[in-house]
Ligand binder design. Structure first.
Ligand code: UFG
Length: 251
């Protein structure tokens, strides 16, 4: 959870990313073996699937990743898997996050990215607050419901609960779980929901596609439901409401 998380930043600073994210995973695994810690939950990402048709399932073969951030997630999954095979007392849960958004409903815990946000939701909240002029929607010519990119947004509180379930139900060996809602939402659907629920305007313009983006990415969530007894409970309305509540509190 202390990993660096900027896809674009990883492209411009690959060594920093490989060093921080990959080496730290190896060091922590090594210390786990040394001190007899046999349960490891890893924050992976849907990006390891590469560009292939959704819904994405845990047993799908992984396709080529498109940036160092994704490559490090895929490499970390392999390193942890090999380590578990060689050390049967070291069990690993690989959690593939889809698109975490929102904030704790108290409005006290949320994300405040450094500089100009790369991700959609923090960009939207900064535009709504008047700190950024308008949102650029990256492409409206994808083969999706309205031409804009479709993602599986998941409320951070649901994501956190997924971790608790993963720890409580950790099984021997390596087990992989998608943490998403199983539903796809387009950029325009998300922006429109934000405006409607929060009764605030978010000016936007359609611009060209962002390099490396895929059209659609959403999860098959049946495995987590069956094996962990977990499913996401909060929807887009709660996500946009809580993201905005946190941003308003965030001085
Ligand atoms: N988007 C815009 N304008 C913006 C920002 C994003 O239109 O200013 C669009 C993107 O084109 C995409 C969607 O909003 O269609 C979501 O983009 P994000 O940057 O919020 O999220 P990504 O799906 O690109 O990336 C996220 C995580 C990565 C992770 C990846 C896994 O940020 O860490 O999901 O699929 F690797």
């Amino acid at each position: 959870l202390a990993g660096l998380k900027g896809v674009g930043e990883a492209v411009s600073k690959p060594l920093e990313y490989y060093f921080n994210n990959l080496v730290s995973t190896m060091v922590i695994s090594k210390m786990c073996l040394k001190y007899g810690v046999g349960k490891f939950v890893f924050s992976s990402s849907a990006t390891v699937y590469g560009d292939q048709p959704s819904p994405l399932k845990e047993d799908m073969e992984l396709k080529k990743t498109t940036n160092p951030y994704g490559e490090i997630k895929a490499m970390s999954e392999r390193i942890l898997t090999d380590t578990s095979i060689a050390n049967p007392n070291f069990s690993v849960s690989l959690l593939r996050y889809f698109n975490p958004v929102g904030a704790h409903e108290s409005g006290l815990i949320g994300e405040d990215p450094n500089g100009i946000p790369n991700n959609l939701m923090p960009f939207v909240t900064k535009v709504a607050k008047g700190q950024l002029e308008k949102l650029s929607v990256f492409g409206n010519d994808y083969d999706t419901i309205d031409g804009t990119g479709v993602r599986d947004y998941i409320h951070v509180v649901d994501l956190a609960k997924g971790h608790v379930k993963a720890i409580e139900n950790l099984k021997d060996g390596v087990n992989i779980y998608n943490l998403g809602t199983g539903r796809g939402t387009s950029v325009l659907e998300l922006v429109n929901a934000f405006m409607k629920v929060n009764d605030i305007d978010v000016p936007y313009e359609i611009v060209g596609r962002r390099p490396g983006d895929i059209a659609t990415c959403f999860a098959d969530v049946s495995k987590a439901k069956k094996e962990l007894g977990w499913k996401a409970e909060l929807g887009i309305e709660e996500m946009v409401r809580d993201a905005w509540r946190f941003e308003q509190n965030n001085k």
